[in-house]
Structures are given as structure tokens and as C-alpha cells.
Ligand binder design. Structure first.
Ligand code: NAD
Length: 281
């Protein structure tokens, strides 16, 4: 499995299994176990997904050695004040049935995220987490965070897919040594045009792959870590079966040209999106 080395030397798999909306216990346990069985080593969850216990059960049931996995969770913004960030992270570790997690992210740059980030620094110092980072942070937010804290984030998890490639943001991620992790690498399955782009179909045909595999491989070729989600066993397998072909530089550039700077979920910095987010708590 290809890995990316984070700015503290920790290696993270280039592909992982996302668990957003895999909320129902039996389904979540089954899907995470299937993902582990077919080769995923990174599992992405979050306090807000309500499934950390189920992910924990699946890890135990899979029988895999703890050190072979890379488990990520995220602190939700109603847990950012006072000791809540630290305490909720400890609860997440317990729910996941592990002694430490591999990565904890600040889920959104809303509320008292400075306080929450300092709790992550403490957990990192205590070796309860191997890497810390942020999610949904635009460059202005992470530049500011780096200036006023001890430890620079190791990862920023942001929506990234064919129609929202984040090349401008990646220049700053590279400059500050932060790895780029994509959520919604398949546009949450909501943008079917992405799957039906003539170039994507042509490349799928050329390499004997599916559109989803071309979309994921395009990001992987650019060293973007992807965490596709599916509850369907065939698709879980399909999404990780992307390492037996390589796109050419010209093909990568042609796919780059299809960027529309249009995130499926809306731009985090807009008033509309922020108002929407406030209603999540
Ligand atoms: P995604 O882009 O992974 O899309 C998932 C959907 O794509 C599926 O529900 C299905 O409809 C479709 N799909 C999956 N595999 C397919 C295939 N092989 N062929 C055709 N269609 C396929 O979207 P996501 O789940 O939102 O993002 C992935 C993960 O990123 C999440 O599960 C979660 O772990 C994480 N995430 C993080 C944030 C954040 O704010 N940090 C937000 C959203 C998601």
C-alpha cells in the first residue's frame, strides 16, 4: 500500500475507508470489517458520525493487529470548550476500543477551535494520538493556527474531487508541510456527471477500470489521500483496486482541466454554509 509520510514521520495510507452516514450498527460493523478484509488499513470516523463504537467492534472482530491500522476520528464543534475537547477525545479512544488513535482532526473551524487544537497538542504529547490535524480549514485559518500554536497540523481533510480539486489550497498545504486528505472523493455520489465525463469514460475504457477507479486514481497520482465511502461490498473492493495501473502525466493534466472549483457540500467560508453548519448542533 502506498503511503504518505506526514511532517512528523508517521506514515498514512494513501487510501482509506470513510464511514460518514454508515450509522446503523450492523451495517457499520459489517462494512468496516469488509473494508479491512479487502485491504483498507485507514478507517475514517468522527464523533459526529455516531459510529465510533461500531468501528471499534469491527476492528476487534476483524482480528487485525492494532499497529497495522490507521484510525482517524474528529472532534465535533460542540465539544470545543473547556475540557470537553480533551475529555471527548478520551471517550472516542475508549469507544474505538484502542489505546491510542492514529489521527484526530478538528472537524470544522467553528467555535473555540483554538482551545480544541490545544487539547489535541496535549493528547499528542501524551502519545494518545500519533498525528493531529484539521478539516475544512482554508489556508487563512491554518496559517493563523500554525502561527499561534506549538505543533503544525499534519493533515488537512477537505472536500476534494474532480470538480473541486483544491490546487490553489494545495500550494499552501505543501508550503506549510500539511498533507492533503480528500473527503467526498467521489462527490458523495451526488454528481453523476463526474462519473460520465467523456474523458473519465475514455480512461476507464483504456485501463479496464470503472469511472470511480479513475476518479480516485487521479487524486492518488497527485499524492492526495482519499477516503471513499460505500456500503456495498463490491464497491468497497472496487474503490481500493486502483494500484494496477498508472495515469500518464498528460492524462492527469487533462483531468486537472476539468476542475470547476465547485464543492458538493458548499464552500466552508461562505455565510450560507456557516449558517447551515450552526444548525448542525
Ligand atoms: P464519497 O465521495 O466517498 O461518496 C460516497 C458515495 O459515492 C456512496 O454513498 C455512493 O453513493 C457513491 N459510490 C461509492 N463508491 C462508488 C463506486 N465504486 N461507484 C459508484 N458510486 C460509488 O463521499 P463521503 O462519504 O461524503 O466522503 C468520504 C468520507 O470522507 C466520509 O465517509 C467521511 O469518512 C469523510 N468525510 C469527512 C467530512 C469532513 O467534514 N471532514 C465530510 C464528509 C465526509
Amino acid at each position: 500500500m502506498k503511503t504518505i509520510t506526514l511532517n512528523n514521520g508517521v506514515k498514512i495510507p494513501i487510501i482509506g475507508y470513510g464511514t460518514y452516514k454508515v450509522k446503523e450498527q450492523a451495517e457499520c460493523e459489517k462494512c468496516v470489517e469488509q473494508a479491512i478484509n479487502c485491504g483498507y488499513r485507514l478507517i475514517d470516523t468522527a464523533q459526529a458520525y455516531g459510529n465510533e463504537e461500531f468501528v471499534g467492534n469491527a476492528i476487534i472482530n476483524s482480528g487485525i493487529k492494532r499497529e497495522e491500522l490507521f484510525i482517524t476520528t474528529k472532534i465535533w464543534f460542540n465539544n470545543f470548550e473547556g475540557n470537553d475537547a480533551y475529555d471527548s477525545a478520551i471517550k472516542s479512544i475508549e469507544k474505538l476500543r484502542v489505546d491510542y488513535v492514529d489521527m484526530i482532526l478538528i472537524h470544522w473551524p467553528y467555535g473555540n477551535y483554538y482551545n480544541a487544537y490545544r487539547a489535541l497538542e496535549k493528547l499528542y504529547d501524551q502519545k494518545l494520538v500519533r498525528a493531529i490535524g484539521v478539516s475544512n480549514f482554508n489556508p487563512d485559518r491554518f496559517i493563523d493556527l500554525i502561527k499561534f500554536n506549538k505543533i503544525a497540523p499534519m493533515v488537512n481533510q477537505i472536500e476534494t474531487n474532480l470538480y473541486c480539486q483544491r490546487d490553489e489550497e494545495r500550494k499552501y498545504l505543501n508550503k506549510y508541510g500539511i498533507a492533503h486528505q480528500s473527503y467526498a472523493p467521489l462527490g458523495q455520489g451526488k454528481q453523476l456527471e463526474m462519473f460520465n465525463e467523456p474523458l473519465v469514460l475514455k480512461l476507464a475504457n483504456k485501463y479496464g477500470k470503472t469511472s470511480a477507479q479513475i476518479l480516485l486514481k487521479h487524486l492518488i497520482e497527485k499524492d492526495v489521500i482519499v477516503i471513499p465511502k460505500s456500503s456495498n461490498e463490491e464497491r468497497i473492493k472496487e474503490n481500493i483496486n486502483v494500484f494496477d495501473f498508472n495515469l500518464t502525466v498528460d492524462e492527469i493534466n487533462a483531468l486537472n482541466a476539468l476542475n470547476k472549483n465547485a464543492p458538493t457540500g458548499g464552500k466552508p467560508e461562505t455565510a450560507e454554509r456557516t449558517e447551515q453548519a450552526m444548525s448542525w448542533v
